[in-house]
Write a protein that binds this ligand. Structure first.
Ligand SMILES: Nc1ncnc2c1ncn2[C@@H]1O[C@H](COP(=O)(O)OP(=O)(O)OP(=O)(O)O)[C@@H](O)[C@H]1O
Length: 786
């Protein structure tokens, strides 16, 4: 019976491959014909256009003829593009045409239809029947949602019900059927075991063939404006998010393109880590940014922006900082909506007084003084919002600048400078004169006119940049206004706004940094918020969907800012509270909390099953966090985690070196030594660099290679490795409650092996881990016994 099915599927696969080959041949034929046509059309473009500009009628005709020719060309180019994309899809299908099959009898019908599911649809040669359904098609959803038995799906014209009589999975690689499983449970363990048992890569893979039911809900959700996903480490949040992008691009293909979707990712390495998933699915990548890049773009280099990772280093190395408590309290407070309320209150006060302007200068001379600007601003109707008054002020300053420019044109220096005009400018002046000459024969007039034109050119050259600056509203000194906020609130108290206990010192420190031209990461979004309140802001309308990964690390203020910047967007927000590692997220209200969405349609999905790590590793990591009990491991066995106690640094690096080599011999492809900070990573690198080919990852690293790497935990967010070695899991290193999530995040990066080195007593974070689930050895003793 089994052989019969296998033979049947082999035969069918061969038939499908034949169809694909035919289609490839046909399309390649079309493509080369079309290409020749395009080349010819481009070559002969002007020959086929009737160009005649003698009479107005002829000009209109010429324009029409040109337009027609251009349209013809672009239509052919479009078709060529489509064929090219079609060929690419066929090439992907040829490699692995489908991964699933369900046999479905629709209610009222007698016979089951076999539905084969792959990464794209394929029609038969007559274009009448689907040989393969795209995994995103409505009917395909049953594959992910149901076991054999009653099933239904939502079609265009309503709910279709029926029964699944067979559910089958295939492993097809390089056109060969390598495996086949009939499954009783949702996307059975066999295929998932197979996929997860493999080594990982430096690039994430799509999970299209093994999407789980709970993940499918996230991927296909089209009803919520805010979809919030709280998912355990390794539960497939990022994987589901990327599949979701592919789904949305398919579902809304007429209105949504990859350029309308923006993903906020935790760091640049992550950007490259996930960059191949969508192309693997035949889609273009969405736009990607980090919050740091997004913010930096908007700061206009007014201030030097601190890197979030420098803030992180500071947070994790209290011993290196004198004002540690104050700094951390400042970071936490500036992350809150309380601080936003304080800024709002401050902006209100600026409506009547207190705005700080800059002089507008020209040739080292003040042409409009800051005092005059303030007078104009504050003489406007105070009921008009500040940002609208700023727009009116800009208009009035532009007019004033034009008047000054006109006056300035008569000055002697203008003519002097006119003599120094470059050739091109002079040529333009003469050409213009020449054009005008047909109207006059008077050479005196010409002389005056030439001088006038030269003066105009000189003035325009000088005043264009001034006008540009005025339009950019650089006459408002935002850094000074932001600085003034701390003077304004330093010793004040407000009725409804809470201030932290060390507020006065926080203000002093912030003022010191701003005077130094520095904007701390904690101040970045508040600064931009103030800037927007004063200058107004054009919301981004081209982005229609935003995804925020590692969302637990965003502060409420940062999230609020993103929400306002993209008011029309739907959002998918994914995170794990147990992996919140930033100073501002510890014990703070993060954007995974429901109340951020009280006024908006939102839905929350919780993912509890985790797929990344073996069951043995999960038995070790789950007790580290309070919520660990509810996380369900996926049944996949491996080695027990190993804790190695070392006495000194020589033993530590000896041990790490030997474990790394051992893991490589066991064919582990990505082996990461994870440290708490960058400082620690550098020290480890200095010890190991000559001894094995190891890559040190820092905030400027955008990609990583297979083999050995050293990385601080915060840069490893979202990424995974075959084997993880924790550089120092001692009590001394991880004991603050604030470091628990960091330690958990580090351990949960491991897929197959987890080894922890500890000098002295081991971190108390593993005190709830039963000692049966891991091995502990003393490095020295073990070495001596060998
Ligand atoms: N349905 C699935 N089929 C196959 N593999 C899966 C599936 N879901 C998750 N995985 C695998 O589990 C691992 C973890 O997935 P992913 O990185 O998306 O999880 P995450 O929730 O974003 O993790 P973290 O929060 O720890 O960064 C990846 O190797 C991914 O391929």
């Amino acid at each position: 019976m089994e052989n019969k099915s296998l033979n049947f599927e082999r035969k069918r696969l061969n038939a499908i491959l034949k169809t694909i080959k035919h289609k490839v041949q046909k399309l390649t034929g079309y493509a080369s014909g079309l290409k020749e046509g395009i080349v010819d059309l481009r070559k002969n473009f002007w020959e086929d256009v009737t160009v005649n500009v003698d009479e107005p009628d002829d000009i209109v005709e010429t324009q029409a003829s040109l337009r027609q020719q251009a349209e013809l060309l672009s239509e052919r180019e479009r078709s060529h593009g489509q064929i090219h994309r079609g060929l690419k899809t066929l090439a992907r299908l040829e490699d692995s045409p489908y991964f699933g099959r369900i046999d479905f009898i629709e209610s009222g019908e007698k016979e089951a239809e076999s539905i084969y599911i792959g990464i794209a649809s394929l029609m038969d040669e007559k274009d009448e029947e689907f040989l393969i359904y795209d995994w995103r098609a409505p009917i395909s959803s049953m594959y992910y949602d149901y076991t054999p038995g009653p099933a239904s799906y939502k079609a265009m014209d309503g709910e279709i019900t029926g029964e699944i009589t067979l559910k089958r999975q295939f492993i097809i690689k390089q056109s060969k059927l390598e495996g086949m499983f009939d499954t009783g449970v949702t996307i059975g363990d066999a295929l998932l075991q197979h996929v997860l048992g493999n080594n990982t890569d430096t690039q994430m893979k799509s999970i299209v063939a093994t999407i789980q039911k709970e993940q499918n809900k996230i991927i296909r959700n089209t009803s919520s404006k805010f979809l919030i996903v709280q998912g355990a480490a390794g539960s497939g949040k990022t994987s589901a998010a990327l599949q979701r992008v592919a789904f949305l691009l398919y579902h809304y293909r007429k209105t949504l393109g990859s350029e309308n979707i923006l993903l906020f990712s935790p760091n640049p390495i992550f950007n490259s880590y996930i960059s191949t998933v969508l192309p693997e699915l035949g889609e273009e990548n969405m736009l990607q940014t980090t919050l740091k890049d997004y913010v930096e773009d908007r700061l206009d280099s007014e201030l030097r922006l601190e890197d979030p990772f420098s803030q992180m280093e500071m947070y994790l190395t209290p011993e290196d900082h004198t004002n540690y408590e104050t700094d951390v309290e400042g970071i936490r407070y500036k992350a809150t909506l309380n601080f936003k309320a304080l800024i709002k209150q401050y902006v209100k006060s600026l409506s009547t007084h207190g705005l700080i302007f800059d002089d507008i200068t020209f040739r080292n001379r003040v042409i409009i003084s800051k005092e005059d600007i303030a007078v104009v601003f504050y003489s406007m109707d105070q009921s008009i919002p500040i940002s609208n008054r700023m727009a009116m002020l800009t208009e009035s300053l532009l007019e004033k600048v034009s008047r000054i420019a006109l006056k300035e044109r008569k000055e002697d220096w203008v003519l002097e400078e006119g003599e120094l005009l470059d050739k091109e400018d002079l040529l333009n002046v003469y050409k213009k004169l020449q054009r005008n000459k047909r109207f006059t024969d008077d050479t005196f007039d010409d002389y005056d006119r030439e001088e006038g034109m030269i003066r105009k050119v000189v003035i325009r050259k000088h005043f264009t940049p001034i006008r540009k600056q005025v339009k950019k509203m650089t006459f408002i000194d935002i850094p000074a206004i932001y600085r003034q906020l701390f003077e304004y609130s330093k010793d004040a108290s407000f009725d409804h706004i809470h201030l932290p206990s060390r507020w006065s010192s926080i203000c002093d420190e912030t003022i010191r940094q701003l005077d130094d031209g520095q904007c701390s990461w904690a101040d970045a979004v508040p600064f931009l918020y103030l800037k927007d309140c004063l200058l107004g802001r054009k919301p981004n309308m081209s982005i229609k969907h935003i995804l925020i990964d590692e969302a637990q690390d965003y502060s409420p203020f940062q999230f609020d800012y993103i929400k306002r910047a993209f008011p029309n967007c739907n959002m998918t927000i994914l995170g794990d509270l147990s992996q919140a590692i930033y100073a501002h997220t510890f014990h703070e209200d993060t954007l995974l909390s429901n109340h951020h969405y009280s006024q908006d349609a939102f839905e929350k999905v919780t993912l509890l099953k985790s797929y990344r790590s073996t069951e043995n590793i999960m038995a070790f990591t789950r007790p580290i966090i309070p919520e660990g009990k509810s996380i369900e491991p996926f049944n996949r066995q491996g080695n027990k985690p190993l804790v190695i106690k070392v006495d000194d640094s020589a033993d530590r690096y000896d041990g790490i070196l030997s474990k790394m080599n051992q893991l490589q011999n066991e064919k582990k492809e990505t082996i990461a030594l994870i440290c708490k900070t960058m400082k620690e990573s550098r020290q480890a690198y200095d010890h190991l660099k000559g001894k094995l080919p190891i890559q040190l990852m820092d905030k400027e690293t955008y990609t990583f290679k297979k083999g050995f790497i050293i990385i601080p935990v915060y840069l490893a967010k979202g990424i995974e490795f075959d084997a993880v070695i924790i550089h120092d899991a001692s009590l001394e290193h991880y004991h603050h409650e604030t470091e628990r999530n960091l330690f958990y995040t580090a351990c949960t990066r491991a897929m197959h092996n987890l080894i922890l080195f500890s000098g002295g007593q081991v971190t108390p974070f593993i005190e709830n881990v039963p000692d049966t689930v891991y091995d502990m050895v003393d490095y020295r003793k073990e070495k001596e016994s060998k």
